[in-house]
Each structure stands twice: as structure tokens, then as C-alpha cells.
Write a protein that binds this ligand. Structure first.
Ligand SMILES: *[C@@H]1O[C@H](CO)[C@@H](O)[C@H](O)[C@H]1NC(C)=O
Ligand SMILES: *[C@@H]1O[C@H](CO)[C@@H](O)[C@H](O)[C@H]1NC(C)=O
Length: 489
């Protein structure tokens, strides 16, 4: 009825109607032109400073909302507002928990940085683990952080005991989410849980196979048998086993972009269950501090006129990267004077007068160590995980020399200006170090400034913790999967 009435009315007064339309079009056009005037036409100086939209570096572009579960980039790139009305109860399984005096590895540092930050935000966090020095200790209860130690006679995790304590804690208010650092919670137990489980992968067998390949090529160049080939051969069944049990965990968090690609392309995990949250380090501890750097150099007898001071972290021995560095440094030192190498860590033999072995360093001293350098070198043969030392050096404003593994070039050393890459062989590393020496202190300082910017944008403990917080909230309640929410950005 209404439609026919309108049609009749339109046809009878169509002439008058189009006049009105044209009138309004002209009016609206002139209003728009008037409004645009200040942007379009030059105005007499001094010009008022007009607000203009700054190009947004954030992903997604302003105005477009996304579902976080579809994000194919690190969640660290987003900035999440604090959600104060939702307190989560979280269970975390970790193979070890760092204690003072034992140099912690990447995985346990991830666990402690993350759990401490989440507990500080008010969430109730229960960790099931053992002390990293493998000695019996009292459980820790600090505010809403609860660390339950469940060791067997050898000091490693007694899974049944850890699971018993977990079940007891789960009886009252059930855990909102269970998180495991790699396979600390075995896949067959994960499958049995009524709770939802997410795993953060610190190195997967596909990447470990790469390590073994590089070690084989480097330590046995002529293919003599028996060589370390056996390790490479043993890695393959482990990889196949890992791909098979993968589906025991539902949600997968990767600490590098390349690991996420492997999980979806090789392990065939559904992309919507694979998320990238990069490692973060305490951005208040690792900061540029030239004064601390200078006094650190003096303490260890590095002369003021040294031309380039390089540094490495001493956990290298385990992954056999040090023979590589030994040869490259010897060759560089023969050709250039004033090159110094500082080694943080114990297990490293003296190479020459220009090499200083510093012993194990605590976090604060470690920060001074990075500050004492002009460049940080990491000749690791392990292309897995995300190396915290590279991130720490960058936070202190130092460029890095690192192998061209996908985990590094896809996430950390993403641009040439941030440092130098090499293939894991002596010639390639020597070539990279030649470039370092060629760039000299001034060039290195410029790259270091770019590194600092990159590290602050992605690799802070705060960004990591707020990404995980949002992840757990999103898994519990869909509405938190939307980004941005009103208090984000
Ligand atoms: C592990 O814990 C279970 C349960 O508490 C206990 O029965 C078992 O003896 C423990 N195993 C070892 C090796 O300590
Ligand atoms: C640094 O100074 C020492 C002593 O003054 C000298 O022997 C050395 O050659 C100098 N090194 C460089 C790289 O200039």
C-alpha cells in the first residue's frame, strides 16, 4: 500500500522533487567545499596547526576491528588496555623455576617473567614446577602467585605429584585456563583435562633437526663416520612423534613467526589455533646506560682505545657454536688491532689476550655487560626458539650479529639496519665481523639506536604479559577476542 502511494505521489510531483534534490545537492556541496577550505587553499601565514591524521603504525589500521584469533602477526604489535573486572585463575606447568644463583634458560625465564607479571595484574597464578638448581625448597606464595614444587628424587618434575597438587587446586574454583611451557605438561595428560590447555612452544623438533644438521655439517665437514650424524638420525623419529601428538593440545602459542609457519605448514595445526606472542624481557633492567658500560670495561681491564668491543654469552659451549667464533675471531684479530671479545659465562676457554672471560653474571651485571659492548655476537647453531640474549642486547641499544635462521630473520633481525647476519660457517661469520669492523663504533651506534626502537616496540615483558592476559580472556569469553575494545590503544 505505502509503496504504491509513494510511487503515485512521486510521479505526480517528480518535477518539484528533482528541483529540491538539486537544490540540496548544491547546498551540501558548498558546505563541503567550505569545510574543506583550510585544507585546500593556502592561507595567510602563520598557518594554524591543523590536526591531521597520523599514519597509524598499528595493526590493524584505525577503525577496522579484527578478531584476535585470526591475527597472523605477533600479538605484541597491538596495545591492550587493562581489563580490571575479570580475574583469571591460571595453572602453569614449567619444567623448572629460576632461583637465585643458577643461570636460567629461556623457557624458565619466560615462565617466571610471565607468571609474575600476570600475578601483579591481580590474576591467581599457580605454577607446578621444580627449582632450577634441583635442590629441595619451600613452595612460594607471594600475593596471588603460588609456586608449587613437585620434585622426584633427582630434582626433576614428578608429573604424578604435580598433577595431584593441580587436581587439588582445581577442585574449588576450577582453573580458567591451563598453560604449559613446551611439553612440561605431557600431551596425554593435557588430553585428559576438563580445562582448556594452551602450550607455548620453545623450540620444536623441526627446528632442532636444523640444529643437528648445522652441527653435522660444521663438526664433520668430510663426512667421517661415526660422526654426530647419529644425532641427526635420532631427531627424525622425535619429530614424527611430535607431529603425531600435537593435536593433544588445542591452542598453540609460538614465540617466533617462523615457528607459527612450521606449525601450520608442516605440523598441519589449524591456523586459527596457532598464535604468535613474542618473548619479552624486563625493559626496566635492560636499558642503555653508557656510564655502567664504561665502568664495566674498566673493571675487566678493557683499554679505552679498543677499536671494537664484541661480546658473546657463554652458554654457547652446549650447542657447539664456540669453535665457529674461535676461528672467526682469530682471523679478524690477525687483520685488525684493538678488537676485544667479552664472554659472559664460565665454560669458555681463554682464546687470547684480547678475550676476557667474565664468569656468570646476574641480571644487573648482565645489563652493564651489554652496555660495555659495541656489538653483540651470537654464533649459535640452534635455530630454535627466540634467543633472549639478542633481545637484551637490543634493549641496551646494541646491534647484533646472528645467524640467518628463519626464527631470527623473521622476527628479531628483520631489517639490515639492526645488525649483521651470517650462515653458520667460519667464512660467513668472518665476513660479517669484517663488516662490523668496517662500520666502526659510529656505524654500530647508529644501528644500536634502531635496535632499541625495535626492542621497545615488540619485546618488552609488559607487552608479552598483556598479550597473554588478553589471550586467556579471549579463550574464556569471546567478547575479549575483538580488537580494539574501548579501552585498548
Ligand atoms: C612421584 O609422586 C608420586 C605421588 O606422590 C609418588 O607415589 C612417587 O613415588 C613419586 N615418584 C618419584 C620417582 O619420586
Ligand atoms: C692502545 O694503547 C696502547 C698503549 O698506549 C697501544 O700499545 C695500543 O697499540 C693502542 N691500541 C690501539 C688499537 O690503538
Amino acid at each position: 500500500m505505502g509503496l504504491r502511494y509513494q510511487t503515485q505521489k512521486n510521479s505526480s510531483s517528480s518535477c518539484k522533487f528533482s528541483t529540491i534534490v538539486i537544490f540540496f545537492l548544491i547546498l551540501i556541496t558548498s558546505i563541503l567545499l567550505f569545510l574543506q577550505q583550510p585544507w585546500q587553499w593556502p592561507c595567510p601565514c602563520p598557518c594554524p596547526i591543523l590536526p591531521h591524521p597520523r599514519p597509524s603504525k598499528k595493526i590493524p589500521q584505525a577503525g577496522t576491528a579484527i578478531d584476535l584469533r585470526d591475527a597472523k602477526f605477533p600479538w605484541n604489535k597491538l596495545s591492550f588496555g587493562h581489563v580490571s573486572q575479570q580475574w583469571l585463575k591460571l595453572a602453569v606447568f614449567s619444567k623448572t623455576w629460576p632461583v637465585i644463583g643458577a643461570a636460567p634458560g629461556g623457557m624458565e625465564r619466560h615462565a617466571s617473567t610471565l607468571c609474575t607479571a600476570l600475578a601483579d595484574r591481580g590474576h591467581e597464578v599457580h605454577v607446578f614446577t621444580v627449582p632450577s638448581d634441583r635442590t629441595p625448597r619451600e613452595d612460594i606464595h607471594q600475593g596471588s602467585l603460588h609456586v608449587h614444587f613437585a620434585a622426584n628424587d633427582h630434582g626433576s618434575v614428578n608429573c604424578s605429584l604435580a598433577f595431584e597438587i593441580f587436581s587439588r587446586e582445581n577442585e574449588g574454583r576450577a582453573f580458567d585456563f591451563v598453560h604449559t611451557e613446551s611439553v612440561s605438561l605431557p600431551h596425554w595428560r593435557a588430553k585428559m583435562l576438563p580445562n582448556r590447555v594452551a602450550v607455548t612452544w620453545h623450540g620444536i623438533w623441526y627446528e632442532i633437526m636444523h640444529s643437528k644438521l648445522f652441527q653435522e655439517l660444521l663438526s664433520n665437514p668430510n663426512g667421517q663416520l661415526p660422526g654426530p650424524m647419529t644425532e641427526l638420525q635420532e631427531a627424525m623419529p622425535r619429530l614424527i612423534d611430535e607431529i603425531r601428538f600435537f593435536s593433544g593440545y588445542t591452542q598453540h602459542i609460538c614465540i617466533s613467526n617462523s615457528a607459527a609457519d612450521i606449525l601450520t605448514n608442516i605440523y598441519q595445526a589449524p591456523r586459527k589455533n596457532v598464535h604468535v606472542i613474542l618473548n619479552g624481557v624486563d625493559e626496566t633492567v635492560f636499558v642503555p646506560n653508557p656510564v655502567a658500560g664504561i665502568s664495566f670495561r674498566r673493571k675487566y681491564g678493557v683499554p679505552d682505545n679498543a677499536s671494537v668491543i664484541m661480546g658473546v654469552a657463554g652458554r654457547l659451549v652446549r650447542d657447539k657454536g664456540h669453535p665457529l667464533l674461535y676461528e672467526a675471531i682469530s682471523s679478524i684479530s690477525r687483520r685488525h688491532s684493538g678488537i676485544y671479545l667479552l664472554v659472559a659465562g664460565k665454560r669458555y676457554k681463554e682464546l687470547a689476550q684480547s678475550v676476557k672471560v667474565l664468569g656468570a653474571l646476574e641480571a644487573l651485571e648482565l645489563s652493564a655487560f651489554y652496555n660495555a659492548l659495541n656489538v653483540f655476537v651470537n654464533p649459535t647453531l640452534r635455530p630454535q626458539g627466540l634467543d633472549l640474549t639478542l633481545i637484551e642486547a637490543m634493549h641496551c641499544g646494541k646491534p647484533v650479529v646472528a645467524p640467518n635462521y628463519p626464527s631470527i630473520t623473521g622476527t628479531v633481525l628483520i631489517r639490515d639496519e639492526l645488525g649483521y647476519t651470517f650462515s653458520p660457517n667460519v667464512n660467513s661469520l668472518t665476513e660479517a665481523l669484517e663488516k662490523v669492523v668496517g662500520d666502526g663504533r659510529t656505524g654500530l651506534r647508529r644501528r644500536g639506536a634502531a635496535c632499541k626502537e625495535h626492542a621497545v616496540a615488540l619485546f618488552t615483558a609488559t607487552k608479552m604479559a598483556s598479550a597473554y592476559e588478553r589471550f586467556f580472556l579471549c579463550m574464556k569469553d569471546d567478547q575479549y577476542c575483538k580488537y580494539p575494545l574501548p579501552n585498548d590503544l
